[in-house]
Design a protein around this ligand. Structure first.
Ligand code: APR
Ligand code: PHB
Length: 401
């Protein structure tokens, strides 16, 4: 007999784990199938800026305890360019709204610990090291997932299948070709990300535009700093010794009189491509997409995780409406509602990326325009408010919007 579950979820990143958690709190069964090991999933260093609605959703999901203790609330960011520093003051520009610095890795660890501690969720509701996930029965609304786990090929019948399997996942390829449209832009540079055991040299995040390229000073805790450097798209990580990384960070960040960057041991470094991607639509019959499976934004605005949480918040509510009230409205509107936000956030992330990075193809004219745009933000409250409004995050959609 084929096992059954209400919602089959592919992928145990933030999207899949949070959806499983929100459903469990409404008494809706799910099973999460993850390709990698728990250690791998918990070890990935990703972004670390949470919008307030994201924090609220994590609290509502019952996974906000450590976040409340360890998350650091920030009321502004700094832009550095042309030898000057400009603070974007959220309290003045978007009163009452702020962001919380808390690593995505910690969000994932909190979610996994909570899901694995959920005794009521049934056996194997969260499976790691699952391979060859396939689907059948989508065409007649009776999806069945097949997969290999613990050396055994298994079948799982589902009411709904949710692809939370990220950009490299399989689920969006299950849409019929004529019902699937992808929009993609790859930026001609990458980010070299660094985690270092050193107290941050700043209280707020610093976004720096430098002639040699973009640099970002972020943080994880009073003892851990996070940095990014713009590097060529085809960069070889091996060419970045720790000494070279610190030297380049100093060159791009120490541009303000009297400001010094503290260095320390580098714990982790890696390269990340800068890409925009949107898959339309986000639903085909009983198959739904959420998070990076449907969209990627360039990391400059720190929006990837927040966008994923926005999808899952809507989807959790829509599925609850379907199970509790028999209403299909939320599920019918899910794709359009998500995509409207996705494109708004895509626009902001691309704009902020273009504002701060130096493209190999930029001529002297383009470079002057870029600095003029940054000066406009420094001098015009309207321009700064536009940045602040988007950075702290668009308001979450209401139940009927
Ligand atoms: N079968 C099972 N699991 C899969 C498969 C597959 N075929 N393909 C991918 N996965 C798993 C990956 O191993 C990963 O753990 O799906 C998960 C997808 O997680 P993420 O890539 O983290 O995507 P998502 O959960 O949507 O998180 C949103 O926010 O900051 C951003 O990009 C960042 O990860 C981030 C995202
Ligand atoms: C991070 O801390 O990892 C981070 C912060 C801000 C960004 C991107 C990443 O814009």
């Amino acid at each position: 007999m084929t096992a059954r579950v209400a919602v089959g979820i592919i992928g145990a990143g933030p999207s899949g784990l949070l959806l499983a958690q929100l459903l469990a709190r409404r008494g809706i069964s799910s099973r999460v199938l993850e390709r990698s090991s728990r250690e791998h999933v918990e070890g990935r260093v990703r972004a670390g800026v949470l919008e307030q609605p994201t924090v609220d959703t994590l609290h509502a999901a019952g996974v906000g305890e450590r976040l409340a203790r360890e998350g650091i609330v920030h009321h502004g960011i700094e832009l550095r360019f042309a030898g000057a520093a400009q603070r974007i003051d959220f309290s003045a520009l978007v009163p009452g709204r702020n962001i919380t610095v808390y690593g995505q890795r910690e969000v994932v660890r909190d979610l996994i610990a909570t899901r694995l501690g959920d005794a009521a969720a049934g056996p194997e509701h969260l499976c790691f090291e699952v391979s060859d996930v396939e689907v059948a029965g989508l065409g007649d609304d009776q999806p069945v997932l097949s997969f290999t786990h613990a050396g055994r090929r298994q079948q799982l019948g589902c009411d709904w299948v949710v692809g939370c399997d990220g950009y490299h996942g399989v689920s969006r390829h299950w849409f019929p070709a004529q019902m699937s449209q992808a929009f993609e832009h790859v930026f001609p540079f990458a980010w070299l990300g660094v985690l270092a055991a050193v107290a941050p040299s700043t209280e707020e995040l610093i976004y720096a535009r430098h002639e040699r390229g973009f640099a970002l000073h972020s943080m994880r805790s009073p003892e851990l700093s996070r940095f990014y450097l713009q590097v060529p798209a085809d960069e070889d990580l091996a060419s970045w010794s720790d000494a070279r990384i610190w030297q380049e960070l100093r060159t791009r960040l120490e541009t303000v009189p009297g400001w010094r960057l503290e260095s320390g041991p580098i714990l982790e470094k890696g390269l990340a491509a800068m890409r925009s991607f949107v898959h339309e639509p986000m639903r085909y019959r009983r198959l739904l997409l959420a998070g990076d499976a449907a969209h990627i934004v360039p990391a400059t605005g720190a929006k990837g995780l927040n966008l994923a949480v926005a999808d899952v918040r809507l989807l959790g509510a829509a599925l609850a409406d379907w199970y509790e009230r028999g209403s299909a409205t939320g599920l019918d509107e899910y794709s359009a509602a998500c995509l409207q936000r996705v494109w708004r956030v895509q626009q902001f992330s691309c704009w902020m990326t273009r504002l701060l990075h130096v493209l190999p193809t930029d001529d002297a004219f383009e470079r002057r325009l870029q600095v003029a745009q940054l000066e406009a933000i420094a001098q015009s409250q309207a321009a700064a408010t536009m940045l602040a409004e988007n950075y702290v995050g668009l308001p979450p959609p209401g139940p009927s919007s």
